[in-house]
Design a protein around this ligand. Sequence first.
Ligand code: ZN
Ligand code: ZN
Length: 419
Amino acid sequence: MTPTAIAPEMRTHAENLDQLAAVAVHVGLGLKPGQELVMTASLDCIDLARRITEQAYRAGARLVTTLYADDESTLMRYRFAPDASFDYAAGWLYEGMAAAFKSGSARLAIAGANPALLANQDPGKVGRANRAVSKAYRPALELITRHEINWTIVAGATPAWAEAMFPNDAPGVALAQLWDAIFSTTRIHTADPVAAWKKHDADLHQRAAFLNDKRYAALDYRGPGTDFRLGLADGHEWLGGGTTAANGNYCIPNMPTEEVFTTPHKDRADGTVTASKPLSHQGTMIEGIRVRFEGGRVVEVYATRGQGVLEKLIETDDGAGRLGEVALVPQSSPIARSGLVFLNTLFDENAASHIALGQSYSSCLIDGDKLSPQELAARGANESLIHVDWMIGSGQLDIDGITASGAAEPLMRKGEWAS
Ligand code: ZN
Ligand code: ZN
């Protein structure tokens, strides 16, 4: 049973949660009867996790396994664990997740992290712990980025996240405001959220098809603090909205999603680009980012806050200082219109056009999943342990598409599609 049709303004909080759970299972995940589900969630999101579990079993899930995380326990590691702890990750757990995915399990993550959880911890330890997890999680993550399985990420409000977003409000008010923002931006406040998502998904596919017809060689960005030329990978393919995973199940990997995105060429980024929003990376805030590229590689880094973390991030490996994703998002997206900074990439990356340092998606290349690592690199696809999105779009950003013959065509003007 999916939640019954109730006018959006008449719904209680519990009914909105059920709508979100239903959209997550039926549209985001596209869970099939008999399929297993591995879910991760904060303990603070247990109410939503239980409702998703209910919807999953009602949809015929064979088994739902949820791994809960607890912020206080994470902080205890930084306070009390021996130094060697920070080069270690639970490899056995990530191997188990990879094994579950290989045997056909779907994957759902509830995002709701405290964006400032690790702000006062030693950046060296944070960096080492992140690197250890990235390395251990890689085999499982590859199955996800290659879309071997159906997967999705949805958001659940948590007190710490709400407090970071609305620091001047009482805790209960802040939490209610965050839930309201999540429901509005994920189309839950509509008469029929499932239908609203299907229409939105079709629109994103149409925009990606338009860009694939154009076959631009590069994009040219101009805006405050930004004068940047980014080449696209040879044989790149724009994607947006849902996708059919290799296991045959159609899923929409991020809820919300407003972006169309593709793979840039790892050796063809030149000029200066300034971030338009702060970046919350693994519990640390990085603000006022300005980066200069030459021949695809970062050659200068500046941030008003968190510069050390950003520098460490870029030193992770060879590919961490090159780009693996370029995405376009109009300013009219519901998240941009909300005017809120969510301090969470799932939302903030859909409020603005962005680029990502690190690993590229082979699915953003024509026949990319059939290419060897050498062939992918030859097309310009980047390889790295990291994939970190940062926002560069704003209402002042103009973007031109550069054709193969070098002609410039207006693609976005003041943050909106030019045609
Ligand atoms: Zn993106
Ligand atoms: Zn990304």
